[in-house]
Design a protein around this ligand. Structure first.
Ligand SMILES: Nc1ncnc2c1ncn2[C@@H]1O[C@H](COP(=O)(O)OP(=O)(O)OP(=O)(O)O)[C@@H](O)[C@H]1O
Length: 898
């Protein structure tokens, strides 16, 4: 250290005097100097203690001292005892020559260590110490401001420790571009004034602190005013980023919200300015729920004060994703405060900074002061959002319900569901399954085909699989009163190998939502939606709407089916009305028909199958209806199928029905005759004409009493009484391999053989009268009787077409008759065939007459006299016939053949 020379401006021209005078003068001079020092000190001290403004102190100091001593500029630095550094506090830029130095900016913000020789020497001397810069700047730890000053021409520095309560609080630096400025007197003056400067600096600090506190209060007040106005997340973020950033120098912020179960927390408010938005997994970080027990949140939860964390001290690999991203983006310190407030809105505030030390006591206090306001604002936002969501949910559901209220068909519902769900909510319809009548099987009903494009094969395979109410996922949904959410990842982790979980994963959604479709308390099926975001109340609403729509559609379908059934029944009724007259009365009282009536009475009540055999037109259908009408099933329609009239390829669909799309051309579902005849009678006419392959199926239905519609998957139980009819000899058909023997035996439980008309001659006249009545009424004629001649002709005819032929003949004849009596009949030419069979070649007249009368007696069952008797037919008196019989030796055994 160099000894400074005294440079006293008042000493410049000393007068020549005597030594005693010199001594006195010198004493006087010293007194003067001391007085001047005292004046300066008093003056300056008085003024300095009044200083409140930071800038005024150095201005005042320089202006006063520069009149007495030479120096270039002065600054005051302050010690940070915690950091053990000192840094610029008061500057005098007006006179400072280093203000143009390139390092000036950084130097005035720099913190210089107290642990280096130069400053230690200043502190330990406790008094103003001057240094020649040349002598100290080369030391390795020399503070850089010395070198910078030297660079701009400063040569000497006077360092004076400033003390407060016996502690060095800072330094007064006085610089000079000369090497002899700091005289002992200068130093003395500075030493004397140092306490005042110290107290002025303390005052300024205090004043600044007060000012700073006031400013903080002002900012906090405006922040709290702003907070009151906060309506949404954006507003809140604005307040944090603008007002709070004025007080705390953080880089960015996040707010979180705790879930209802206290298990996880996730981002509530994210700062779009944060640098980690650029990372690819940013979205994942802000959308994934984090476990509370992550060593950060749970610790913060236990801490009353905001928790400041040195991010470097964490094991980054074990930290949550949001922490990793922030750390990677440069954050080194974070502050987390779990805000006061209860469920369902428990939030937290997290601030990040790249600079350790940002979150000091003052920052902690500020966060503590604003935390309840912040919590209220965040809770208000959440409540507000809930309200808005509820309102938009309501209006969405209203729209949706309106959209699907008008839906009448499945196709319309499909359009409504997929368009609204996908367009508005990004929800896709994975599947709707309907519970079958068996109460177990869940049959696919509707799904969003487009969603499975690319994996159709996979999907079709699954969709075609039989799923029941016991299937793992379906069972959970059907046993729950609430809809069930399946997190696809979690299901997979659980080791749940349900194939649908795998399929949904392929489609790429996070959650599957399963709900039971119920009307009242009755399960109708299951509904499966895929979605990323869960909004339970909205999904519940949608599900309820879809349930109603489906139940309406199904009811509609039932009505349509019922309508179809009624139409078919109507056709049958019409047919029945047409044929009503056919069985209003069965004409015929002869012994052959008596046998038939007896059989009908035996079998009618039972449900046994009946096989009606007989030539064409013998009345098989009439008898079938009579059996049905005499049974307990009479209140339902008898359904008739003419097996001969159906093409072989349609017979099954006709009998068993078919599902929509079962085969080309099957545009609609069709109910088969068997289903139609449930609890009634099915009359299978012309059964002998049925193709062999259909016979197999018919047999199966007869045996199992249940059927499947063509193209259908479920079985339908039926209770049908079968009456079959044929004019073929079924035994021969069986022998010829055209009719299955097993079916024959099943049908032939109770055969009834109907006699041909030619064996019932006694019924010909009553039948003819019956038909005359019917057709004369129908044709508006007055015919009411038949001439005996016509009756005679009818009785001898062989009637190959049986009663139907008689009926048609009478109908025709009535039309040709103008009077009241049918006089003329036009029988086919072969009417005398039977007579022609009598061989005339080598027989006597006696023989021919005898055989002719026997033949006639046979025809009339031995009846000789009266209406319908042989005498009437032969047009001879009965007495004549009796005598002829006697004469020709005809006995009863000749004409009563067994
Ligand atoms: N006993 C009867 N009394 C009155 N009408 C009868 C009688 N038997 C048959 N018919 C009438 O004769 C016509 C033919 O009868 P039906 O159709 O029942 O005969 P079918 O044996 O079933 O004939 P197919 O074998 O050709 O089907 C019908 O109009 C029917 O009303």
């Amino acid at each position: 250290m160099k000894k400074s020379k005294t440079l006293d401006p008042v000493d410049e021209n000393p007068p020549r005097t005597r030594p005693d005078e010199v001594a006195v003068e010198s004493l006087q001079t010293q007194i003067d100097l001391l007085e001047r020092d005292r004046d300066i000190l008093l003056d300056l001290g008085n003024d300095i203690t009044k200083v409140r403004e930071k800038n005024d102190l150095l201005i005042l100091f320089s202006s006063r001292i520069k009149g007495l001593f030479y120096f270039t500029h002065a600054i005051v630095t302050l010690i940070d005892p915690q950091q053990e550094t000192y840094s610029a506090f008061l500057l005098d830029p007006a006179s400072s020559p280093i203000k143009n130095h390139k390092e000036y900016g950084s130097l005035i913000n720099k913190h210089f260590t107290l642990n280096e020789p130069f400053i230690r020497q200043v502190i330990s001397s406790g008094e103003p110490s001057s240094f020649l810069l040349e002598e100290i700047i080369h030391a390795p730890e020399s503070p850089s401001f010395l070198r910078a000053n030297y660079d701009v021409g400063i040569r000497e520095i006077l360092m004076t420790p400033l003390k407060s309560k016996m502690q060095t609080m800072g330094f007064l630096h006085i610089y000079s571009d000369r090497t002899d400025s700091f005289t002992p007197e200068f130093k003395r003056i500075i030493k004397g004034i140092a306490p005042q400067i110290s107290s002025a600096v303390s005052n300024i600090i205090k004043y600044e602190e007060i000012g700073h506190k006031e400013w903080i209060n002002e900012v906090l007040l405006s922040l709290s005013n702003d907070m009151v106005m906060v309506r949404d997340r954006k507003d809140l973020l604005n307040v944090i980023n603008h007002s709070l950033k004025k007080l705390i120098n953080f880089t960015h912020s996040v707010m979180t919200i705790l879930d209802e179960t206290d298990q996880t927390y996730m981002a509530f408010l994210t700062d779009s300015e944060s640098r980690y938005t650029e990372y690819s997994n940013y979205t994942e970080a802000i959308t994934t729920p984090n476990q509370v027990q992550d060593g950060i949140y749970d610790v913060a939860l236990l801490s009353e004060k905001p928790l400041v964390l040195d991010m470097k001290s964490f094991d980054i690999n074990a930290a949550p994703l949001w922490f990793k991203l922030n750390y990677t983006a440069g954050a080194r310190e974070m502050l987390i405060k779990i805000l006061p407030g209860d469920h369902p809105h428990k939030h937290s505030l997290i601030l990040f900074s790249d600079q350790p030390g940002t979150f000091d006591q003052s920052a902690i206090q500020i966060i503590e002061r604003i935390s309840s306001q912040l919590s209220t604002a965040a809770s208000n936002i959440s409540a507000n959002e809930e309200l808005l969501n509820k309102e938009s949910e309501k209006s969405f559901l209203l729209d949706f319900s309106q959209d699907i209220a008008g839906v009448r068909t499945k196709a319309d519902l499909e359009v409504a569901i997929s368009s609204v769900l996908q367009r508005v909510l990004n929800i896709r319809l994975a599947m709707i399954r309907i519970l079958d009548d068996d109460g177990i099987t869940l049959t696919p009903y509707m799904y969003d085909k487009a969603m499975f494009s690319g994996i159709e094969e996979n999907f079709n395979q699954l969709a075609s699989k039989n799923i029941t109410i016991h299937e793992y996922l379906s069972a959970q949904v059907l046993t729950s009163s609430e809809p069930v959410i399946f997190n696809i990842k979690a299901e997979e982790k659980k080791g749940n190998s349900a194939q649908y979980v795998q399929l949904w994963k392929k489609v790429g959604f996070k959650n599957a939502y399963g709900a039971a479709l119920r009307v009242g308390h009755v399960d109708q099926g299951t509904l499966w939606l895929l979605t990323d975001d869960i909004n339970l109340s909205l999904l519940k609403g949608i599900c309820a709407q879809i349930s109603i729509a489906i139940s309406n559609i199904r009811a509609n379908e039932k009505v349509l089916t019922y309508k179809q059934l009624l139409e078919v029944e109507n056709d049958h009724l019409k047919e029945q009305i047409k044929t009503l007259y056919n069985f209003s009365d069965i004409i015929g009282s002869g012994p052959e028909m008596q046998k038939v009536y007896h059989l009908i009475s035996l079998v009618a009540e039972s449900s046994s199958s009946v096989l009606l055999l007989g030539e064409t037109g013998t009345g098989k259908e009439l008898i079938a209806r009579a059996i049905h009408n005499a049974s307990s099933r009479k209140n339902k329609l008898m359904i008739k199928v003419n097996c001969a009239a159906l093409p072989a390829n349609l017979i099954e669909s006709e009998l068993f029905g078919h599902e929509r799309g079962a085969f080309t051309g099957a545009l609609d579902k069709r109910i088969g005759k068997f289903e139609l005849a449930n609890n009634s009678t099915l009359f299978l006419d012309e059964i002998g004409e049925m193709p062999l392959e259909s016979q197999v199926k018919l047999l199966r239905v007869l045996q199992e009493k249940e059927l499947e519609r063509v193209g259908g998957k479920s079985t339908i139980k039926i209770d049908v009484r079968i009456i079959a009819a044929t004019n073929r000899n079924l035994e021969e058909e069986v022998k010829a391999g055209r009719f299955r023997s097993d079916l024959y035996y099943r049908l032939n439980v109770f055969p009834i053989q109907l006699p041909p008309l030619r064996n019932r001659v006694e019924d010909i006249a009553p039948l003819a009268s019956f038909f005359i009545n019917r057709y004369s009424k129908n044709a508006g004629r007055k015919v009411n009787a038949i001439s005996p001649k016509v009756i005679q002709e009818l009785k001898v005819y062989s009637w190959p077409g049986n009663i139907r032929e008689l009926e048609h003949l009478i109908e025709r004849s009535v039309l040709l008759t103008s009077g009241t009596v049918l006089q003329e009949i036009h029988l086919p030419k072969n009417r005398n065939e039977r007579e022609e069979t009598v061989d005339l070649s080598n027989r006597t007249l006696h023989e021919v007459e005898r055989s002719y009368i026997i033949e006639v007696l046979k025809r009339f069952n031995g009846k000789i006299s009266g209406t319908g008797g042989a005498a009437e037919f032969l047009a001879i008196p009965a007495t004549t016939l009796h005598s002829k019989i006697k004469k020709l030796s005809i006995v009863k055994s000749d004409y009563f053949t067994k």
